[in-house]
Design a protein around this ligand. Sequence first.
Ligand code: ARG
Length: 466
Amino acid sequence: EHLALWGGRFKSGPSPELARLSKSTQFDWRLADDDIAGSRAHARALGNAGLLSDDELNRMEVALNELQRRVDSRQFIPIEDDEDEATALERGLLEIAGGELGGKLRAGRSRNDQIACLIRMWLRRHARMVASQIIEVVKALMDQAKKVGDAVMPGRTHMQHAQPVLLAHQLMAHVWPLLRDLDRLSDWDKRMDESPYGSGALAGNTLGLDPEAVAHELGFSHVVENSIDGTASRDLVAEFSFICAIIGVDISRLSEEIIIWNTQEFAFVRLDDAYSTGSSIMPQKKNPDIAELARGKSGRLIGDMTGLMAALKGLPTAYARDLQEDKEAVFDQVDTLETLLPAFAGMVRTMAFDLDRLRAEAPTGFALATDIAEWLVKQGVPFRHAHELSGACVQVAEGRGVDLWDLYDDDFISIFKDFLPEDMAVQVRVVLSVEGSVEQRNGKGGTAPVRVREQIAQAQRIVDRA
Ligand code: ARG
């Protein structure tokens, strides 16, 4: 049994310890469908090269269909002795087609070009799935942004009140990284669009097979230019792994925001019951577990990427068994994202903002101080002085325990006296409103309602094209 793949020069099969270490069916069996698709294409390439007769090719295709049926119905699954998915499927094929015919399929291919091709096929398919799930998160964010309209909130830097912004602007700030992640995935797919089938173990094959035809059948536009590169490189797997990690990071940053907004102290947002959890001991608790799991899983996604990069570093350039380590990393990332993203989208879609509270908090913490300074600049005061004068307003207000708009006319008159006449000084009040503040930030990309609406429309165009 053990000798099926390489019996010729071996006196014994592998030790049980080796077999246990070597085995990968527990994670690579998910490549079985892609492997069978590859085998179909390879069989036709053998047929075209005259290495399978029409009749043999026919019977091979029937056998592969039967194998697929048995795999689908789980009538055929890997057994203890199968090393990897390819070994198992070969056993299955031999069972169905017999050794005479089944034994012909391995000609001109190696598990090295096979596995390199399969991981590409699998990743390309799942990249599309992940992309469609990201679009759902994006849509959920954009629906919220549209729904809250011109509602304002406290914008923060360093977590301190900085300047009022539109809630929609803040939400859209999480949309753009996700749209770039989508762009990364489709850009990556272009590089991934080359089939390694035909590279053989490392040097290509002698049998006159047509790798182009195989590539096209398997959904690739091209064949790799270099058979060593085709079998040994994993930079594209690593690139995918990075994209998964950055998706995790992008989602995690939004999660952190939601977790904070959802605290009693902030109380900016409430999560829907269906997307929150309770406590087994504290009856009053309602926890943002989806956001927390997203934040936690971002660490795991980064870890998978880091492990893969470490495995690749320093490998000699042609196949080495270390390369088998690529799979669990990206499988785990895909499983993680495919489970996480739908729950995350649901949480975002159903969360409810307390717009009155956001409005009330928006100008507090002297968040309009920059508006005073910029208003002074428009009156011809150099920014250096404007910054100081506005700071002086903050100091007076803070000392009195009031907000900027509570200052008396006389306060503004005496603070601005070296730069502005009295009648002008009091006009600063026009910018001491949140609406005035956000409306004036009307340069491209700013938080003015008109700009935010433009921004949402632009994002919508990108989503519609995706
Ligand atoms: N299971 C291996 C992998 O995932 C492919 C097998 C190649 N094995 C070999 N001895 N060349 O990379």
